[in-house]
Design a protein around this ligand. Structure first.
Ligand SMILES: Cc1cc2nc3c(=O)[nH]c(=O)nc-3n(C[C@H](O)[C@H](O)[C@H](O)COP(=O)(O)O)c2cc1C
Length: 369
């Protein structure tokens, strides 16, 4: 029976274990310019014992930004900053993919080029509040629906960002199509009411994601590209009339492309970025979707030592991504292996700030404490 500590072939690379560091936005890039710097490099290097680190979501363009101090991958300074991170992780024997991000309507004009409105598949305002560029929380604005002829430009932005990720020394990229951001907004019919070839049928709503995936494969090759999805996710005001049909179609199409892995968030932990509630009565993604995807199936959301061990042993999933507990436990693989106690995480320091709640969580042998 496979364990969390077995190696795993993921497309073109081999992971030393199946314990993945989930992508985690921390809003700590250097200002101005949203540039990764030495502190971010230290944070990721501390976690290099993960089989794979997936970076925090990283905007592909200024238009793709929706929160203050999230890093980008569209300026030469950002590429140089990410190089510090990838070199530090590689020096510690780790592997790291960059998560490519466009937030779509989950933004505010204060983040947008020339103060324009955020863009989206349709002019549907999400409920809830946005973080403005100066860290205020305001109601969302009604986004501007993208013109059909603008979409190819955003596909090209993803391609350019994937090229930049290569220049920055990453091992691969993950396309962020989860959690109610732009690509997910196109997939789900609660946010997409378009009548062109990017709206309506499931095939049409999946078109943008598949075009982006193909463009990124063109840069990296299929063996170094993963895609993240969140079926049934309600975070960022998402909904779909038939998620089982939609996400099975998407996973089949991604499987046909032979990508390195599909990364699926369990509905039970859809709101982990904003709260701690875990609902155990929601469907399991591996039950609903695994059969549709032929490659490596990575799952995230509400895992601990026990249920992760069981999910890998039963073959339900191939690898498990840990979010909140990886924030608080830089040496998580070692702790899981030894059955050691875990440091509790402090939600108050998830977003923004510097070392506190970021690089100062103690190691088992208090290497960094
Ligand atoms: C502070 C924080 C930031 C997050 N940022 C991202 C992100 O940048 N990209 C993403 O795909 N998911 C993000 N998530 C979701 C996590 O990757 C993960 O799916 C979620 O936390 C559930 O896993 P967990 O129960 O192990 O924490 C974030 C979650 C948290 C708590």
């Amino acid at each position: 029976m496979p364990t969390l500590f077995d190696s795993l072939t993921l497309g073109d690379i081999t992971l030393k274990n199946r314990i993945i560091m989930a992508p985690l936005t921390r809003m700590r890039s250097k200002q101005p310019g949203n540039i990764p710097y030495a502190l971010n490099a230290e944070y990721y290097a501390q976690r290099a014992t993960a089989g794979l680190i997936i970076s925090e979501a990283t905007q592909i363009t200024q238009q793709g930004q929706g929160y203050p101090a999230t890093p980008g991958i569209h300026s030469p300074e950002q590429v140089a900053g990410w190089k510090l991170v990838t070199e530090a992780v590689h020096k510690e024997g780790g592997k790291i993919f960059l998560q490519l991000w466009h937030v779509g309507r989950i933004s505010h004009s204060s983040h947008q080029p020339e103060g324009g409105l955020p863009v989206a598949p349709s002019a549907i305002k999400p409920s809830g509040k946005v973080f403005t560029a100066d860290w205020k929380q305001l109601p969302y604005e009604t986004p501007r629906a993208l013109e059909t002829n603008e979409i190819a430009g955003i596909v090209a932005d993803y391609k350019k960002a994937a090229e930049n990720a290569k220049a920055a020394g990453f091992d691969g990229v993950e396309v962020h199509s989860a959690n109610g951001y732009l690509l997910d907004q196109f997939l789900q019919d609660g946010s997409n009411t378009r009548t062109d070839q990017y709206g309506g049928s499931i095939e049409n709503r999946a078109r943008f994601l598949l075009e982006v995936t193909d463009a990124v494969i063109g840069v990296w090759g299929k063996g170094r590209v993963g895609v993240r999805l969140s079926p049934y996710g309600t975070f960022n005001d998402m909904s779909d009339s038939n998620p089982v049909k939609l996400f099975n179609y998407v996973l089949e199409q991604l499987g046909k492309r032979g990508i390195a892995y599909a990364h699926v968030i369990e509905p039970r932990a859809t709101g982990a970025g904003g709260g701690d509630a875990v609902s155990d009565d929601l469907p399991s993604t591996s039950d609903l979707f695994r059969k549709s995807f032929t490659g490596v199936f990575m799952s995230a959301g509400g895992y601990d030592a026990q249920n992760a061990t069981q999910a890998v042993a039963s073959g339900q999933v191939d690898a498990v991504a840990f979010g909140r507990i990886f924030i608080a436990n830089p040496d998580l693989p070692e702790r899981l292996k030894e059955g050691a106690a875990l440091n509790p995480y402090n939600r108050a320091t998830f977003y923004g700030g510097a070392e506190v709640g970021y690089t100062d969580y103690p190691f088992l042998n208090s290497k960094a404490a």
